[in-house]
Design a protein around this ligand. Structure first.
Ligand SMILES: *Cc1c(COP(=O)(O)O)cnc(C)c1O
Length: 471
């Protein structure tokens, strides 16, 4: 067969654009996008024809182009079901916002707001004005400021308070958090000189006292948020350390990481240090995240003594690290929920999910098991199991919360099957993300609130279809 003759028989883009499906597609996606999709589809077909394949019908070509257009139109940031069992999953976007926060953020996106404008005086205001009083009320701090995230908060505090000076940290607290946040690197970039004291497992008051000298700019205490040192250990508690810092007239900074504004014990969880406790213990500055246990949008809170906060606000880096109006609005609405602690468990998704009782989750698992089994068509056994959820984002790293879920186990014992199933669940309209554990794909249902949405969406193709070839 003459290959050139065959290639010439492939319909042209102009011809294909006349098909009614493509006319509709132009309406939806715009002409250049549809033309590009057809061009990419035709390039693939030309390759196939050169390799001896046949020319597909115009309908087939148009259908393939439309599939490509639909796949491209789907957001890579579309909602998914987080069934990993980690409630505050950094890779899955951490806290889900409360309705009140979503409404406030939406209003701020649509309309002009008095972000840096004082409505009473008609003069320029500060964006921190919307949050300062609330944050101080909830934490007992004298003053507060808010930046992009807690990593930024730590960077800004170190640079504002101790640039060119020494910062003393216990060797047991030189943490690395995922995503290249390493305390020693952050300290170097912020222009302070790290002075390590103590050993990995034990640091004593005299270690700090001996290290303090004329060049000391601050003492930093870091909440060891993603690990615990156990066994023969000792650390200097925040209150005692505050005493040492005060005696030597050196500021004490306490990076709480997650921090929480309310005692988690009231939600049946273990105790995580609250920001108010850290302030009460005498820290001059406390830093914590907005999207960890607090349950709001990404943000970094800096709270503490007014003289230091004023210094921080004068640092030009503050301008580079500030938050936008959308997040200020969402933060304000989230913080206001803390004024009614009795209803926090209903209104704040983070608390609601963390507090869900195992029995309720198990009942949900029992209910969904037959549906999931049916969708998997006998290739997997589906059993209701007890499992352990985690808070995530470094809060209470060793404390797990009893939960329940579904274990999907390949019936033929094929080792790679759970990975293949996980891949196929990631391709769903609304991807379902579980975790692989001992040869099964486990779906921890703690974070499943939209049961009907899950049921309607759970139609995996197994084994998964090959991925659509990309241009
Ligand atoms: C999470 C964490 C940070 C970083 O906070 P982000 O909000 O993720 O920037 C810093 N310090 C500690 C101790 C943390 O746990």
């Amino acid at each position: 067969m003459d290959a050139n003759f065959s290639l010439r028989d492939i319909p042209s883009i102009d011809q294909l654009l006349k098909a009614s499906v493509m006319v509709e597609a132009v309406d939806r996606f715009g002409r250049p996008t549809v033309t590009n999709a057809l061009r990419a589809t035709l390039a693939r077909i030309r390759d196939e024809v050169r390799r001896g394949g046949r020319i597909p019908s115009s309908e087939t070509i148009v259908t393939a182009a439309l599939a490509r257009l639909n796949a491209d139109a789907r957001s890579t940031l579309r909602p998914l079901f987080n069934l990993t069992g980690t409630v505050l999953h950094t890779n899955l976007g951490r806290a889900l916002l409360a309705d009140a926060a979503i409404e406030a953020a939406t209003d701020a996106m649509r309309e002009a707001v008095a972000l840096e404008f004082n409505l009473e005086s008609g003069r320029r205001g500060e964006r921190d004005d919307h949050l300062r009083e609330l944050v101080c009320e909830l934490t007992g701090a004298e003053d507060a400021t808010i930046v992009n995230n807690n990593a930024a908060a730590v960077l800004l505090v170190l640079n504002s308070v101790a640039v060119g000076k020494e910062a003393i940290v216990s060797r047991g607290e030189l943490i690395e958090i995922g995503g290249a946040f390493r305390m020693p690197d952050i300290m170097a970039r912020s222009g302070v000189r790290l002075v390590e004291v103590g050993t990995t497992n034990r640091t004593h008051p005299k270690d700090y006292i001996n290290a303090i000298g004329p060049d000391t700019g601050l003492i930093l205490k870091v909440h060891t948020s993603n690990y615990r040192i156990e066994g023969f250990t000792s650390e200097v508690g925040a209150r005692e350390l505050a005493g040492i810092a005060r005696d030597k007239d050196v500021p004490l900074i306490n990076d709480l990481g997650s921090g929480t504004l309310t005692d988690l014990v009231r939600f049946g969880l273990a105790h995580e240090p609250t920001v108010r406790e850290a302030i009460d213990e005498g820290a001059d500055i406390v830093t914590f995240s907005g999207d960890k246990l607090l349950g709001g949008p990404q943000a970094g809170f800096i709270v503490g003594r007014r003289v230091l906060i004023e210094k921080i606000n004068k640092n030009p880096m503050k301008r580079a690290l500030r938050v936008d109006k959308i997040r200020v609005a969402a933060l304000e609405a989230t913080l206001k929920l803390y004024r009614d602690p009795d209803r926090l468990g209903e209104r704040l998704p983070t608390m609601r999910l963390l507090a869900r009782p195992q029995a309720e989750i198990e009942a949900q698992a029992q209910k969904l098991a037959p549906l999931v089994a049916r969708a998997l068509n006998g290739s997997f056994s589906v059993s209701v199991i007890a499992c352990e959820s985690q808070i995530g984002s470094g809060a209470l790293p060793l404390a797990t919360i009893p939960s329940s879920g579904l274990a999907l186990t390949p019936v033929d014992g094929s080792g790679s099957a759970p990975e293949l199933l996980a891949a196929s669940l990631r391709q769903l309209d609304r991807p379902v993300i579980g975790r692989i554990e001992r040869g099964s794909l486990v779906l921890d249902l703690r974070c499943l609130e939209d049961e009907a949405g899950f049921a309607a969406n759970f139609t995996p193709v197994y084994p998964p279809a090959e991925e659509v070839e990309r241009p």
